[in-house]
Structure formats: structure tokens, C-alpha cells
Design a protein around this ligand. Structure first.
Ligand code: GLU
Length: 426
């Protein structure tokens, strides 16, 4: 991760602008859009902690509740050196829109600590997480705010969040967090849910332009939890994965990369897709990885970090359809270039909402004290993605109302309707 990349993360300005454009499209009355744009509350916390070598260190973290009109704030906790207050708010806006588009009874939140988790031991990460959570206790709870994993965090971190919160209230509260280990009330299907949703979004949007997933050529940038699952599930539905990239570089195979063979190489110690001996290596390192964007394909799925595709890269893209697995992978300028080139973009706030959708299903199971089998969870995720796609198409989606704006319009409208019904107190 270079400093340049960190600085280019999804900006608050563009997240706010997209909401404002949706408000204008809807002709919202009486300054309502300002109420919707403003985060309800943002907490900044200092995190003093002990390093393993006995010295004292400090970090800074945030938790932002963006909109809570439709339900408890919901969203991940990110551990990344580039995390800032504004990035947390921008990502929380994305969560409010996602839960609204998916019609989940939840609001939007995000949290994060400016830290490189790879430079910390597991014991240090545990102390940091516990101290961060203890500062957030009044903010959290199944009816207030429910964290989940995001970039740099995982189910183990969620287990510490659950434990720290539960210890402070005196009893276990599984519903305070999602994406937790199965043993603690996590849901089957959670790991694959975001990738599953991305593939379903590609299939639904593709069908609109006569592009069948079966037989299509797909390029995936990012081979973490989202990208790897998208690759496996798209492959299982008959697609050919012609390009793959991660921080180590990019690989290409016009007749389709053997995804199972890539996974098997990872299990036996490979650190990057370029070490998988599958396809040709077309770029090495982080800079070389962007070669994957120029690969000839039908569908491109950027599934790594924010702002990976800038204006210049956007001119090289050959896909007909771009489906955003990551949060904010296209810069606003790249988005304009793709629109001018009539390349269809399915935005993050719909395309990667399978993750939070499964989080919601996890909470349903926690509240009802039951556990569904994996097939049932997967089916529910897919059916909720399909329902949201139908609602998206109740708007006149076309060149003048591209999916990005349509998704913001649907999200903002859903939130605005509930604001109106609740009224303004006092
Ligand atoms: N971090 C994921 C996202 O950005 C999941 C959030 C959640 O499950 O609450 O959508």
C-alpha cells in the first residue's frame, strides 16, 4: 500500500455529492437532504496500548453513525493506516445507502483505527481492539450499532469485540456484532456472501444487456475474501476467469484460469496469484497488478481497495460491465469516463451489499436463537439481492439515470420516506 493509494481512498466529498445528486433527482423538500447527508454522530477515540516489548503506544480510532432512522447503525470496522475521520464518515454513508437499497431494517455506520494490522502481533491487536471497544461501549449494542469485519479485520477481531462488550454489560450479547465465528453465533455463508452478491449483481445486470454469466469472460482485481469468492462462484456458474490480480501482480489466461488450482497454491504457501503457476504473469507488484484492468473481458470486478481505477485506467477498460466488489473502487472521474464510453457500472452500494445482507441474516438468527443451514442463508442472500435489483429497476435506469445514481436515488428515497413518516422532534 503506497501513500498515494492511501490518499486516494473514497472521499467524503464524493460520497456527499452523490447523495446530493440523488436528493436533487428526487426533488426532496425542506432541506431534508441536509438531514440525510449529515452523520448523526462521530466519536473519535484515543487508544493507548502496551506493545509486546513493554513500551506504551497510542493510536487514534473513530466510529461514525451516519443514518439511524430506519434501524440500528450497521457497518464494519476497518484497520488500515489510511483510515481517517472523513473516510469513516464516507464509508458510513455507503452503509446507510446499502441497508436502505436492500430494504434491511438497519442504518449505516463505519469505524476504523489508523493502523497497519500486519505490523502488530495478535496479542497487540487484541489489546488495541479491546481498548477501542471499551471507549465505544455507550455507542454499541444490538439496538444501537452493530459492527462487522471490514478491510484489515476478521472474525477473530469480532470475537474480541463481542467479548469486550459482553463483559461490560455482564452477559453474552451475540447480536452486538456480525461476521463473528460460527462458534459464537456467526452465520454460515457469511464469508462468501459479499462475493455471492457481486456475482448475482453481475448476472442480473448482464441479463439486461443480453450478457449471460455462463460463458462470459471475467476479470477480478483483488483476491481477498470478496474477490476470491466472486471468482469461485462465477466459475461455478460457468464464467471464465480470464484475469486475476492482487498486491503481488496480475495473471491472464484467455481460456480461463483454474481457480481451484490457484486456491490450492495459496493453501500450500503462495502469497500471490502470480505464484500460482496459472496463466501468464502480465504484471508484477502493486503497479503491475493494474495491468489486469486492460485485459479483454466482458465483466470487470474491482474487489480490492478504494480508488483503484482512475481516469487513465478507465480509458483502458475493455469490459462491457463493471461490478464494484470493493467500496469505492472507481474515482468519480473514472466513473464519468466509463459513462461516456457507455460501459455499465453496477455500484458498490448495491453490488457488494451481499455482505451486510448476510450480517442482517446473522442477527435474525441471533435474535431468534436458531441457526440456518448454509444453503438456506445463501438462498436468502441471493433472493434479497434479486429483490433489490427489481426495486432498482422500478426507476428508469438508462444512460441518463445510470445504476450509480439510480442506487443512490433508491437509497436516499427509502431513507427520506422514513424520515418523513417519523417526523422531526421536538
Ligand atoms: N464491511 C462490510 C461492508 O462494507 C460489511 C458491513 C456489515 O456487515 O455490517 O459492507
Amino acid at each position: 500500500m503506497t501513500t498515494k493509494q492511501i490518499a486516494k481512498e473514497l472521499s467524503l466529498d464524493s460520497a456527499e455529492l452523490r447523495m446530493r445528486q440523488a436528493g436533487e433527482w428526487l426533488g426532496l423538500e425542506d432541506g431534508l437532504i441536509e438531514t440525510i447527508i449529515a452523520p448523526r454522530r462521530v466519536l473519535e477515540v484515543s487508544i493507548p496500548f502496551r506493545r509486546d516489548n513493554g513500551t506504551r503506544d497510542h493510536l487514534v480510532g473513530w466510529r461514525g453513525h451516519h443514518n439511524t432512522t430506519r434501524g440500528p447503525a450497521k457497518g464494519g470496522i476497518r484497520y488500515h493506516p489510511g483510515v481517517t475521520r472523513d473516510e469513516v464518515v464516507a464509508l458510513a454513508i455507503g452503509m446507510s445507502l446499502k441497508t436502505a437499497i436492500m430494504n434491511l431494517p438497519l442504518g449505516g455506520a463505519k469505524g476504523g483505527i489508523a493502523i497497519d494490522p500486519h505490523l502488530m502481533s495478535s496479542a497487540e491487536l487484541e489489546r488495541i481492539t479491546r481498548r477501542y471497544v471499551s471507549e465505544l461501549i455507550p455507542f454499541l449494542g444490538p439496538d444501537k450499532d452493530v459492527p462487522a469485519p471490514d478491510v484489515g479485520t476478521n472474525s477473530q477481531v469480532m470475537a474480541w469485540v463481542l467479548d469486550q462488550y459482553s463483559a461490560s454489560v455482564g452477559h453474552i450479547v451475540p447480536g452486538v456484532v456480525t461476521g463473528k465465528p460460527i462458534e459464537l453465533g456467526g452465520s454460515l455463508g457469511r464469508e462468501s456472501a459479499t462475493g455471492r452478491g457481486v456475482v448475482e449483481a453481475a448476472s442480473l445486470a448482464g441479463a439486461q444487456i443480453g450478457l449471460k454469466l455462463d460463458g462470459s469472460r471475467i476479470v477480478i482485481q483483488g483476491y481477498g475474501q470478496v474477490g476470491a469468492w466472486a471468482a469461485r462462484l462465477a466459475h461455478a456458474r460457468g464464467a471464465k476467469i480470464v484475469g486475476l490480480a492482487d498486491v503481488g501482480g496480475a495473471i491472464y489466461n484467455s481460456s480461463g484460469i483454474d481457480v481451484a488450482a490457484v486456491d490450492s497454491k495459496f493453501r500450500s504457501g503462495a502469497k500471490s496469484v502470480v505464484e500460482s503457476d496459472q496463466g501468464d504473469v502480465i504484471g508484477k507488484g502493486l503497479d503491475g497488478a493494474s495491468e489486469v484492468f486492460a485485459v479483454d473481458c466482458d465483466v470487470l470486478m474491482p474487489c480490492a481497495l478504494g480508488d483503484a481505477v482512475d481516469e487513465k485506467i478507465a480509458t483502458q477498460i475493455k469490459a462491457k460491465l463493471v461490478v464494484e466488489g470493493a467500496n469505492g473502487p472507481l474515482t468519480p472521474k473514472a466513473d464519468e469516463v466509463l459513462q461516456d464510453r457507455q460501459i455499465i457500472v453496477v455500484p458498490d452500494i448495491y453490488a457488494n451489499a451481499g455482505g451486510v445482507t448476510c450480517s442482517y441474516l446473522e442477527q435474525c438468527q441471533n435474535f431468534a436463537h436458531l441457526s440456518w443451514d448454509e444453503h438456506e442463508v445463501n438462498e436468502k442472500v441471493v433472493s434479497l439481492m434479486q429483490g433489490a435489483f427489481k426495486r432498482l429497476h422500478s426507476l428508469p435506469v438508462d444512460q441518463n439515470l445510470p445504476y450509480r445514481l439510480a442506487a443512490s436515488v433508491l437509497g436516499v428515497k427509502t431513507i427520506a420516506d422514513s424520515h418523513r413518516m417519523r417526523g422531526l422532534h421536538p
